[in-house]
Ligand binder design. Structure first.
Ligand SMILES: Cc1cc2nc3c(=O)[nH]c(=O)nc-3n(C[C@H](O)[C@H](O)[C@H](O)COP(=O)(O)OP(=O)(O)OC[C@H]3O[C@@H](n4cnc5c(N)ncnc54)[C@H](O)[C@@H]3O)c2cc1C
Length: 342
């Protein structure tokens, strides 16, 4: 049997597309093998707005403790910090993904398998996994930063690529707080800490070469700055993360194949926030699939999103260039005073 569409990847992009794609189509969703995606699991205002536009309300079981109202921004090299108000919702990322996937309608067959290869086959596509294969008239890569579909059909992503590493610690060593950490000595990108129920998570994005050594060095510098030990990690996880910087960083597809979410390169280069772009691009593709020229329609519907993401590069020097960042932190512009500041 040939499916009307095969979607590779069951994250926010793949699950949203499966939910919104034409109900008359037979759709196969290869959702991966359930390995949790390393993520801060924070729903930023843009992601909240996307859920609002879908008329979706978040079940309580997806939330984690605590909810946060401020981010403590720390420059380790300058040993300076400020607090900024932020409106995030703190969620269990794995539960969030499962919740989105549970909404797939009956015309979608969800298989918990990892796609091993894709290729063009006649007018359509073939997808192969351990123990099975399928043919589809259309193929969608919703398989994240290391997209197999993008690599197989369109070549490597033309964008900056980092390795994100996160460790989970028992909470007892640290009081809960949410932070964004910069350290020009160990990474040109950013790091973060966040609490989820009884765990403290510290993670960051690092250049791929020697990423683990840079992560460990930065962790030590953070412990020194905070004056405490994070303890022994219970879990270490890693994945790739993209940072688009120019129009060619994005690839929306071609020849009957499409890319959505981070597979298409759609993620904020300043905050690395990507859940909203994943859901919004999936919605844009779903609305374009029945168009006479679906790819043109999809490109048009995502033009503003791509422009917005590229515009965020203008903010980057003030966050990532050490001298400008010091100036911003020194000025205290838009920061808030916090009682009993640590
Ligand atoms: C460490 C880290 C922290 C982050 N924190 C935040 C945050 O707090 N808030 C935020 O908005 N964004 C955050 N992001 C970005 C965000 O996680 C991604 O941009 C977003 O998840 C992209 O959604 P997606 O559906 O496009 O891809 P993903 O969420 O990556 O989903 C891809 C899915 O495809 C599956 N898959 C991959 N390969 C295959 C295959 N071959 N076969 C089948 N399935 C496959 C994977 O298992 C996964 O389920 C963070 C990113 C990183 C790396």
């Amino acid at each position: 049997m040939t499916y009307d569409m095969i979607i590779v990847g069951g994250g926010p992009a793949g699950a949203t597309l499966a939910r919104l794609a034409p109900r008359s189509w037979r759709i196969l969703l290869l959702a991966g093998t359930g390995r949790d995606k390393p993520c801060g699991g924070l729903l930023a205002p843009d992601a909240q707005k996307a859920l609002a536009r879908f008329d979706l309300t978040l079940p309580k079981r997806i939330l984690v403790d605590p909810q946060i109202f401020a981010v403590r921004t720390i420059d380790l090299a300058a040993r300076r910090q400020r607090y900024y108000q932020r409106m995030y919702i703190n969620v269990d990322r794995a539960k969030f993904d499962r919740w989105l996937l549970e909404m797939a309608p009956e015309n979608v067959t969800v298989l918990p398998v990892r796609c091993a290869a894709v290729a063009r086959q006649g007018e359509g596509f073939a997808a192969v996994w351990a123990g099975g294969q399928a043919a589809g008239a259309r193929l969608v890569g919703a398989d994240g930063a290391s997209s197999l579909v993008r690599a197989a059909l369109f070549g490597p992503a033309k964008t900056r690529r980092y390795t994100a590493i996160q460790q989970w610690f028992p909470l007892q060593a640290v009081d809960p707080f949410y932070s964004c950490v910069f350290d020009s000595v160990t990474s040109p990108c950013c790091s973060w800490s966040i609490c989820k129920d009884d765990h403290f998570i510290f993670g960051g994005a690092f250049p791929q070469k020697n990423c683990r050594a840079a992560f460990e060095a930065q962790k030590e510098r953070l412990e020194d700055y905070l004056g405490l030990s994070l303890g022994t990690p219970e879990r270490t996880e890693a994945c790739q993360v993209l940072r688009p910087s120019r129009p060619a960083s994005f690839c929306m597809g071609g020849g009957g194949a499409y890319l959505v979410g981070e597979a298409a390169g759609l993620i904020s280069p300043s905050s690395l926030e990507g859940i909203s772009s994943a859901m919004n691009s999936a919605r844009a593709l779903a609305e374009s699939l029945l168009d006479r020229r679906p790819l043109t329609a999809y490109r048009r519907r995502t033009a503003a999103l791509r422009a917005r993401l590229l515009a965020k590069n203008l903010k980057c020097p003030f966050m990532y260039e050490p001298h400008l960042r010091r100036l911003v932190l020194w000025s205290g512009l838009t920061s808030i005073a916090v009682d009993g500041e640590r």
